[in-house]
Design a protein around this ligand. Structure first.
Ligand code: FMN
Length: 365
């Protein structure tokens, strides 16, 4: 994880070497740890000035000053949500968090595919567990929508009860929850996307939510590796529930866009630029099947690609991998580009651009 806009770091001799180029030369997981540490030390740049009014967004009852979020997996343990919000993200999703701490897969487990600006990870839900993360979040005020992404321990006897426990634990302190059933790195997890399992999962999760004192919005995060029949069955299941929205998508197990490149043979989920087309096609195909809010994720790497997610049908967006290659000023460029696109089309708000090219994207292969 590399931010190019770490200019305040340059004033701190110890951290002066943490430039984007030097981070790109480091082992990827070491670079990520160094970036989290820099953020924890308060060395991140902060946004000066409010967001453009064109970017104000309402999604599933959440009021966002801008619709650009940090995707799950960057801050798995809720260590730096406030720093990320102060940088200018309109939402910050921490996690995935599982009930018990777990160490994840053996290292190395994070790889760059530099030629394609892609990332492959098989982290395997390394995280501190519910108790530690809850304590950390309980102590912090985050000036953005705070999402908690919940998952299941690899060795759990019952996947569904792990999600139910996540809702019970975090409903009170999260602005929204994400039920993540789309990581490719926990064997069996993606099977929860199948109709019968998904029904049982959502029933359990939403029953726990209905008993919590506040009605926290719940999103379901799905994989891009689903065909249209699978999207049909997910749409049918969610239509019969009071789920609040979808996140499309997680990483892909496909290697087609990076065939023959460095690290392409590594196991895990591919993200970043090579995921963009697949994730945006699935987003548009899901938009044709539901009127629920959708957060579009996967391969956003420029203001234009961010705009295309909205045109394909997203109500808000998240990104992660492109910050590795593009630096943090990408966030600022994306927000300025989106506001300019709204004005250039004679509109007043980004919501007016949602779904203007859904059919086009949905029919791509
Ligand atoms: C290193 C890494 C770890 C991730 N961990 C998680 C995770 O714990 N939970 C989750 O829902 N998604 C996780 N993701 C997926 C991202 O949230 C996002 O869906 C995906 O990377 C596509 O967006 P991007 O192309 O902008 O990175 C992870 C991604 C990366 C690169």
């Amino acid at each position: 994880m590399i931010f190019s806009a770490l200019s305040p770091l340059l004033r701190v001799p110890l951290l002066a070497s943490l430039t984007r180029d030097s981070l790109l030369r480091m082992d990827p997981e070491t670079a990520h740890g160094a970036t989290i540490n820099a953020l924890r030390l308060g060395l991140a740049p902060q946004q000066d000035g409010p967001d453009a009014p064109e970017l104000k967004t309402s999604i599933a009852g959440l009021e966002l000053s801008n619709p650009v979020g940090m995707a799950a997996g960057f801050d798995k343990n809720g260590e730096v949500p406030r720093a990320l919000a102060l940088m200018g993200f309109g939402m910050v999703e921490i996690g995935t968090v599982t009930p018990r701490p777990q160490s994840g897969n053996p290292k190395p487990r994070l790889f760059r595919v530099a030629a394609a600006e892609g990332v492959i990870n098989r982290m395997g839900f390394n995280n501190d567990g519910h108790d530690d993360v809850f304590r950390r979040l309980n102590d912090v005020r985050v000036p953005a929508a705070l999402g908690v992404n919940i998952g299941a321990n690899k060795d759990t006897a019952d996947f569904i009860s792990d999600y139910a426990r996540g809702v019970a634990r975090f409903a009170r302190i999260a602005d929204y929850l994400t039920v993540n059933i789309s990581s490719p790195n926990t064997p069996g997890l993606r099977d929860l996307q199948q109709s019968e399992a998904l029904k049982r999962l959502l029933q359990a999760v939403l029953t726990v939510r209905s008993k919590s004192p506040v009605r926290v919005p719940v999103f379901l995060k799905i994989a891009p590796d689903l065909d249209e029949a699978a999207l049909d069955s997910i749409a049918a299941v969610i239509a019969a529930t009071d789920l609040d929205g979808l996140i499309v998508s997680n990483t892909t197990i496909s290697r087609d866009p990076i065939a023959g490149m460095e690290n392409a043979a590594e196991m895990g989920g591919l993200s970043g630029k090579p995921l963009f087309d697949l994730a945006t096609i699935r987003l548009a195909q899901m938009r044709q099947r539901t009127s629920l809010p959708i957060i579009g994720v996967g391969g956003i790497h420029s203001p234009q690609s961010a705009l295309e997610k909205f045109e394909a049908g997203a109500n808000a967006i998240q990104l992660y991998s492109a910050l590795v290659f593009g630096g943090l000023d990408l966030l600022d460029r994306i927000k300025r580009g989106l506001a300019a696109a709204v004005r250039a089309q004679g509109k007043r708000n980004i919501s007016e651009l949602v779904g203007t090219r859904t059919a086009d994207w949905a029919s791509r292969k």
